[in-house]
Design a protein around this ligand. Structure first.
Ligand SMILES: CC(C)(COP(=O)(O)OP(=O)(O)OC[C@H]1O[C@@H](n2cnc3c(N)ncnc32)[C@H](O)[C@@H]1OP(=O)(O)O)[C@@H](O)C(=O)NCCC(=O)NCCS
Length: 186
């Protein structure tokens, strides 16, 4: 496939719907977060590989915050679309909703952003086609993804600086007032 020819967002839009069966539940009767994470990874792969036209790997899953519990018997739908592409990376935006068909209610459980990288036959990152954005929402999502990438980079740099400066004296200071019992042999 010619990787310089773009593909529109609509080409790879993917939705998966799955029934939440009892074996997906935890002891409290709610669906395990890990089940939803696995579905998020699956739909992200389907969407990314359709755009890339190659095998893709998951690099990171951001913003996984489950806003509301999912119950057994609900239908969970995951709507995925490519929000951003770099050279070999793609960011897939995934909206997860859960539907109770008997009550006719729908709840938004979370929105996540999965970074995938396209791999070639040699297992190395390989270029993906540019993304053709055709609506204001698609433009907004691309720019938001860029901003999120920049913020993540600066967060990681700040966190590295913080770790470099952290010694035992500073750590003991920070722990004052925390619900942490220090039991350190000196
Ligand atoms: C992700 C991976 C391909 C990066 O390999 P690499 O040799 O460092 O490749 P590069 O430096 O050329 O980076 C390739 C792309 O990944 C992106 N990338 C690398 N690490 C990243 C990270 N932590 N977060 C976001 N993007 C990342 C780079 O920005 C680059 O994007 P671009 O091509 O759009 O500019 C490699 O680390 C890998 O294969 N990881 C394992 C992934 C996997 O197996 N996942 C399944 C879960 S077990």
């Amino acid at each position: 496939m010619n990787s310089t020819a773009g593909k529109p967002v609509s080409h790879s839009k993917t939705t998966i719907t799955e029934l939440m069966i009892p074996s997906y539940a935890n002891f409290g009767g709610k669906i395990h977060g890990g089940i939803l994470l696995s579905l998020i990874d699956k739909v992200a792969y389907a969407c990314a590989s359709k755009h890339a036209g190659t095998y893709c790997v998951t690099v990171s899953i951001d913003n996984v915050e489950f806003l509301q519990p999912v119950e057994v018997g609900e239908l969970v739908s995951l709507k995925a679309s490519v929000n951003y592409v770099g050279r070999s990376s793609l960011i897939i935006g995934i909206k997860v909703i859960s539907e109770n068909v008997k009550l006719g209610s729908v709840k938004h459980t979370n929105t996540s952003y999965v970074t995938m990288v396209a791999k070639g036959e040699d297992e190395r990152p390989t270029p993906v086609p540019p993304l053709i954005v055709e609506t204001k929402d698609e433009i907004r999502r691309f720019v938001e993804a860029l901003k999120r990438k920049e913020l993540k980079l600066s967060f990681n740099e700040k966190m590295d600086e913080t770790k470099d400066k952290l010694d035992i004296n500073l750590a003991m200071d920070i722990l004052k007032g925390q619900r942490c019992i220090v039991n350190l042999e000196v």
